[in-house]
Ligand binder design. Structure first.
Ligand code: SAM
Length: 483
């Protein structure tokens, strides 16, 4: 393969982890010199040596910046000096500290990158080419700082190639076990859920079989825009239309009494107490997006097919270090109204979810169910197999890592019909509520009442940091009442 092509591939691979091209290039040049232009060493294990070297230097630079030490970039062997500063026992203990937390059997085999192992690997080569000194003091005299023992773990793609884009996971803090779950790009029925998807159910007025190409370019919107008041939910740029987004946001942030429906026999209450269920607390009736679907005549790239085409933006799972566990950040700027991802999980009936909850130890810190109740008001009584939820505890996608923020979250969840007009089951898509800058954490309002300990997402101590935090507000109110 030509060198230029190899450089481009290395930049693309590290770019998927959010590493800027201009920062990785000098590291790549340095490694090439160190490895006598042996590309195989650089390319092996998904560019592990390059990624490790980059983060080593970055971390090192952070420490040196703090200590006001000026170090040349590139040129002389700054990297190899630093590598020589590692004590053998340092490697051993760090490697041990990072050992074998699993995402899944496949993940454990390859994409896991362990910084310390990477250093060991580099050091072998370094010691052959330039001789090795283990003296920390000596290295300090050369203005190179001795390293803090800080693990740094990366999974280059938690989706295992199942999404259009790679989604990396990084842990710069190093005190959390890696998540154990199976990555799934689409919802899957667990067992009893009744999800009826059939072409026969899609009436002519529910699709646009006469269309071709892009429905958004039609002078008069087709039947698929009826659901959203005769106008498509999306703009030709693939973003949510401003008015539609605003309407969804105000319904969620400031719901009026008439936005709620009350079941005659609420499945949530029934599952809590079958014989004497409490009165329904109400469910917010939500606005739906209806995308073009299989019976429609348009192209897969039709502008009214956004959610069904899957994730298109660069995302990263990271350890928040703010008492929230893992979170998700964007690695690119996202304009307002951008589709980010769906909330994916196993489709469960509420009874199945209750059974799961009863079986669980109750000590799980994080919980992952979402009730699909956006249309529960349209029928008087829902059968058990029709009252559904998504549970991403064991199987899910990147959305299972998105944390909650009260009121002013930068994402909103919107129900989407993608393949059936039957609204017991729908897709839950997350869109940006404002322009979001690269590296911002993505959050959505789970809509939980922090005093409701029966809520499917177990109430937690909220660390969202919002000025409108409902948990903080409720605690203040309780405190005031006790005074
Ligand atoms: C859907 S998961 C989000 C991912 C989770 N942080 C993780 O590490 O897997 C929901 C759980 O994350 C935690 N969480 C989410 N938002 C939070 C917040 N604002 N403050 C504290 N914990 C939060 C809670 O434990 C909650 O049950």
């Amino acid at each position: 393969m030509a060198t230029n092509e190899r450089v481009r591939r290395a930049i693309n691979a590290t770019g998927a982890l959010g590493i800027p091209e201009q920062e990785v290039k000098p590291v790549l040049e340095h490694l090439l010199r160190l490895f006598d232009e042996n590309w195989e060493l650089i390319e092996s294990e998904d560019y592990r040596a390059l990624i490790d070297a980059y983060f080593e230097l970055k971390e090192d630079k952070g420490v040196q910046d703090k200590e006001n030490v000026v170090v040349e970039h590139g040129g002389s062997s700054r990297l190899s000096k630093r590598l020589r500063s590692q004590e053998p026992e340092d490697q051993a203990s760090s490697t041990k500290g990072n050992s074998s937390q699993i995402l899944s059997p496949e993940e454990n085999q390859k994409p896991m990158v362990n910084l310390r192992e990477g250093v060991t690997f580099l050091k072998k080569k370094d010691s052959i080419s330039s001789g090795c000194s283990n003296s920390c003091n000596k290295v300090q005299q050369q203005s190179v700082t001795c390293e803090r023992k800080r693990p740094f773990r990366i999974i280059s793609d938690i989706t295992k190639g199942t999404e259009n884009v790679k989604i990396s996971l990084v842990d710069e803090i190093g005190h959390q076990d890696l998540p154990k779950f199976t990555y799934m790009p689409g919802n899957v029925i667990y067992q009893d859920a009744y999800v009826h998807i059939s072409l026969a159910r899609i009436a002519d007025e529910h699709c646009c079989s006469g269309c071709s190409g892009d429905c958004l370019s039609l002078p008069i919107p087709c039947a698929c825009a009826h659901e959203t008041g005769g106008e498509f939910a999306y703009t030709p740029e693939g973003k949510l239309r401003e008015e539609f987004l605003q309407a969804c946001m105000s319904m969620k942030q400031e719901p009026q009494e008439h936005h709620f429906v009350y079941c005659q026999d609420c499945p949530l209450e029934r599952s809590k107490n079958e014989h004497k269920p409490d009165k329904c607390n109400g469910h917010l009736v939500r606005k739906f997006i209806k995308e073009c679907w299989r019976k429609c005549g348009c192209h897969i790239r039709c502008g009214n097919r956004v959610v069904q085409r899957g994730i298109a933006c660069k995302l990263q799972v990271f350890l928040t270090g703010e008492g929230k566990g893992w979170g998700v950040k964007t690695l690119q700027d996202l304009p307002k109204g951008t589709f980010v991802c769906e909330y994916i999980g196993e489709i469960l009936t509420n009874t199945e979810l209750d059974e799961r909850n009863m079986k669980s130890s109750g000590r799980e810190r994080h919980t992952y169910p979402v009730t699909l109740d956006a249309d529960w008001g349209s029928e008087r009584i829902l059968k058990d197999e029709e009252a559904l939820c998504l549970d991403a505890t064991f199987c899910g996608n990147v959305a299972r890592f998105i944390n909650h923020r009260c009121f002013d979250a930068n994402l909103i969840d919107i129900p989407v019909e993608v393949e059936t007009p039957d609204r017991h089951y729908y897709h839950l898509a997350l869109f940006t509520t404002r322009d979001v800058r690269a590296s911002e954490e993505l959050t959505w309002d789970y809509g939980i009442d922090f005093d409701d300990h029966e809520h499917p997402i177990k109430a937690f101590q909220c660390h969202c940091g919002s000025a409108f935090c409902r948990d903080v507000k409720q605690k203040r109110t309780r405190l005031a009442m006790h005074r």
